[in-house]
Ligand binder design. Structure first.
Ligand code: XMP
Length: 517
């Protein structure tokens, strides 16, 4: 094989779990990529997969326009077919797929009929809890296939080809609700495909450093640092590759959290040979935002101002640079299959810091394009970035600009910053920071009455938000212990002048969003 790594091709039939399959495979240290079902057999042969995984999907194989599979693909590499993938194989190989009459969704108990191959390590007739999510199922196996597991609702819950390395499961081994799903995936990778577990952060850094050096040669490179995980890791990686040919530009928008600028400066100037230029543009951002209350309008102003400031900065310090580093991640570039591609509605405009005009003169370097977020964090650790940076919660590009509700002022930012810092400090101290996807304070545009000593107060309200989530698309509010909430509230009210009331946000997403604006 021409590639250094074993690699698994995942064909995406539109399941909500497809990215999870890719992550499970990578967690087992085997590289994987997601591609749409429109890839031709020729393309797949060229890609040279060590194994192929067919994902689930919402269609029925008999529907008009349902995505299918060229049977030739089944002979190119070992195959694991999940849910819809299994039905597609049955359909193109002469088996029978029927509608169940109703959807089966949830936990199910399954009996292992054949404790080898995918089920290696199980006992014969051992029962196993799995997660099902399907309408149709396979009613008669295609010629050459034998049943390897069954359940009371689905007699053919898993099957395999008698002679070829083709394994099919009706349930979802990739989700946490299938507790031993990881063993099945590992059996497929290591016993069926004989893949090498060589996809490690160290191996990634080594090969990426090599690629960057070859591509860039002696040219100069520029990188916008936001202080977030992605741009920090991208910068550290490119710096490892080309040292002082890289210049990083950090824009202080005035919308950062307490001590954030100092933290970024400290972390990066500690790296030998790192050229870091900080542009203090806080006055400019505040001027541009003066009196603006509408959240989308604020986002546009912050986005445009950022681009202007960054372009001015790069035409100075980066005028002879040829390349620009961007922290694009794999989920942004996956060419997913959309079974019901309809119009989508803009809920919030996301101006990511670093998302620049296409006509900029730079060629792009996107060293994290192949990685999921958790892999980016591990690469950051590999590169020696501090835990407080690689483990950081997501922070929106427009920063505190969308957490001071209503008009943004220096005073409001100052109040919010101090309340937010106390909140995060208490969360860290309680050892809960890593259990939470995102936690932050919001300054509300209302005042409320309070009493302090003998005085009536009429001051600001701070709302606290903390959510758990896996991708930010859906989220649950975090159930803090009450005594911790009480302590945080006390500290904020006592220590942050101008705040006399703290409330905790108990809304999930949907219907609320994570940010308040
Ligand atoms: P929402 O509020 O839409 O947030 O539930 C989902 C995730 O996106 C982040 N977010 C943003 N990130 N620019 C960004 O770069 C933005 O304008 C923006 N708005 C929300 C939010 O913090 C959460 O992680």
């Amino acid at each position: 094989m021409s590639n250094a790594h074993s690699r698994i091709l995942i064909i995406d039939y539109g399941s909500q779990f497809t990215q999870l399959i890719a992550r499970r495979v990578r967690e087992a240290r085997v590289y994987s990529e997601i591609h749409p079902p429109t890839r031709s057999p020729g393309w797949i042969r060229e890609w040279a997969p060590t194994g192929i995984i067919l994902s689930g999907g919402p269609n029925s194989v008999y529907e008009d326009g349902a995505p299918s599979l060229d049977p030739a693909v089944l002979d190119m590499a070992p195959v694991l077919a999940i849910c819809y993938g299994m039905q597609v194989i049955a359909h193109v190989s002469g088996g029978e797929v029927i509608g169940a009459g109703r959807r089966e969704y949830g936990r199910s108990d399954l009996v292992v009929e054949e404790p080898c191959g995918l089920f290696d390590g199980f006992a014969s007739k051992e029962s196993m809890t799995v997660w099902m999510s399907h309408g149709d199922h396979v009613d008669a196996p295609p010629p050459g296939y034998v049943v390897t597991a069954s359940s009371s609702t689905v007699p053919i819950a898993a099957m395999r080809h008698r002679d070829k390395p083709i394994h099919c499961v009706q349930f979802h081994p990739e989700v946490a609700h299938t507790p031993r799903g990881g063993e099945l995936i590992a059996n497929f990778l290591f016993r069926v495909c004989h893949a090498e577990p060589s996809w490690t952060p160290g191996a990634f850094v080594e090969s990426e450093v090599q690629k960057i050096r070859e591509r860039v040669g002696p040219a100069r490179v520029i990188c916008g640092l936001s202080g977030g995980v992605d741009s920090s890791v991208a910068a550290a990686l490119v710096h490892r590759a080309i040292g002082d040919q890289l210049t990083c530009v950090f824009v202080d928008t005035g919308l950062l959290r307490l001590h954030e600028r100092e933290q970024v400066e400290r972390t990066f100037t500690a790296r030998p040979g790192m050229k870091l230029v900080t542009v203090d543009a806080s006055a400019r951002f505040l001027d541009a935002l003066a009196g603006v209350e509408d959240p989308e309008h604020k986002r546009r102003i912050i986005g445009h101002t950022f681009i202007d400031v960054f372009e001015e900065a790069t035409s100075g310090v980066g005028k002879d640079a040829e390349y620009l580093v961007q922290g694009t991640l794999y989920p942004d570039v996956i060419e997913s299959y959309s079974p019901r591609g309809g119009p989508s509605v803009t809920i919030k405009t996301h101006h990511n810091v670093g998302g620049l005009k296409p006509e900029m003169k730079f060629k792009l370097i996107e060293p994290l394009r192949e990685l999921f977020k958790d892999e980016v964090r591990n690469v950051g650790r590999e590169l020696g970035l501090p835990e407080e940076m690689v483990g950081r919660h997501p922070f929106p590009g427009p920063g505190l600009g969308i957490r001071v509700l209503g008009a943004v002022t220096v005073d409001a930012l100052d109040v919010l910053r101090r309340a937010d810092a106390i909140y995060l400090e208490e969360i860290r101290e309680a050892g809960l920071y890593n259990e939470i996807w995102q936690a932050f304070a919001v300054l509300l545009p209302v005042r409320s009455v309070g009493v302090m000593g003998d005085y009536r107060t009429y001051e600001n309200v701070v709302a606290l938000r903390a959510v758990t989530s896996t991708d930010g698309m859906t989220a649950d509010w975090y159930p803090f212990p009450h005594d911790l909430l009480g302590r945080i509230s006390n500290r904020i009210i006592n220590q942050v002048r101008g705040v006399n009331r703290v409330v905790y946000d108990v809304s999930s997403k949907p219907p609320a969003t994570i940010e308040w604006e």
